[in-house]
Design a protein around this ligand. Structure first.
Ligand code: PPE
Length: 318
């Protein structure tokens, strides 16, 4: 028993954390076809909290399911409602939210047949993704020995569990060698993304991120592009090489979990001044103002919910 006090929304019911389990013959466990999301809710002022871009995340979950041929037996509205109810039942004023739709147990063998599609949603506190000081000091990275999967081998527009075999292996390789995170190149050798983040560089006055070919269509990536344009920055969705990354003035990752994490080193080469640069810091501070409800211009990106109770536990290592 874990003593974790949070409930999990499981196929329409709220169940205790320790009871949200699967059978060993779950189809997805064997073959990796499931779709999931990572969503964050932030504490704002006035006892209010807000989920960041909830609609976009729920839309992407259903797009992923459409690509994967998984028919989620709940509507988008039911899923949205379930997420908000779960935050309230768990008395969370800030959280990471993880919905997953997977193919349950039944027939074994590649064809999923009539196996049931299950939907589970967890929500729990999750602090800084890439370690203490990552947001303020930046992190170290390594170009992975693994290549990001190609567009017709894996469905890169979908957040499919099996895609993450590539990410998990890259992450473990990089951290076992003493780096904080991996950067994967695409099939043609251009920079693609981190194991769980999109990547940006700022060089010679231009902000660049790889185009949406072999990378996930990140919702944070999109937010950063919109903020950068509003700031009047020159922006290009353009491929770049690992050596251009080495000589960038600034580099950073974006993602729901990673938020905006500065990169201070790639393959033992210092990036810029070896600390978060002015563009990264500006985008970071705009981002946190937006997600915490301090920027009225982007209020439409927030789904507010009210909380009065503080977090029950602060366990960042769940
Ligand atoms: N690329 C990948 C491969 C990726 O997994 C993520 C999110 C992104 C880009 C950024 O997408 P977005 O969150 O929409 O801005 N990674 C999720 C899972 C991380 C995990 O460790 O699990 C996340 O950030 O929630």
């Amino acid at each position: 028993m874990s003593n974790i006090p949070y409930k999990i929304w499981f196929n329409g019911k709220f169940v205790p954390w320790d009871e949200a389990n699967v059978h060993t013959l779950t189809h997805t466990l064997h073959y990796g076809l499931a779709v999931f999301e990572g969503i964050r809710a932030y504490k704002c002022d006035d006892n209010r909290s807000a989920v960041f871009r909830l609609k976009e995340h729920v839309d992407r979950l259903y797009s992923s399911a459409h690509i994967a041929n998984i028919k989620i037996p709940f509507t988008k509205e039911q899923t949205t409602e379930a997420i908000l109810e779960l935050l309230s039942i768990n008395e969370l004023d800030a959280a990471y939210i993880r919905p997953i739709a997977y193919i349950g147990s039944g027939k074994i063998g590649l064809h999923p047949g009539d196996n049931p599609i299950e939907l589970a949603i967890a929500a729990y506190p999750w602090g800084t993704y890439l370690g203490e000081g990552a947001l303020s000091k930046g992190i170290t990275t390594k170009i992975s020995s693994l290549t990001r999967m190609g567009v017709n081998s894996f469905m890169t527009k979908a957040k499919i569990s099996g895609n993450y075999v590539n990410s998990v292996m890259a992450k473990v390789e990089a951290t076992s060698l003493g780096f904080d995170e991996a950067i994967l190149l695409d099939n043609e050798g251009y920079v693609a993304e981190g194991s769980g983040e999109n990547i940006f560089i700022f060089r010679n006055g231009v902000l660049k991120t790889p185009p949406l070919t072999s990378v996930l269509e990140g919702i944070t990536r999109d937010a950063v592009i919109q903020i950068a344009k509003e700031e009047g920055l020159n922006f290009e969705a353009e491929r770049f090489t690992r050596d251009e990354l080495y000589i960038a003035d600034e580099a950073f990752f974006t993602g729901t979990a990673a938020e905006i994490t500065p990169i201070r080193e790639v393959d033992k080469r210092t990036i810029g001044q070896g600390k978060p640069g002015p563009i990264t810091k500006k985008l970071q501070s705009r981002f946190f103002d937006i997600v915490q409800g301090r920027d009225p211009k982007y209020i439409d990106w927030l789904e507010f919910f009210f909380t009065t109770t503080p977090l029950k536990v602060k366990n960042e290592s769940l």
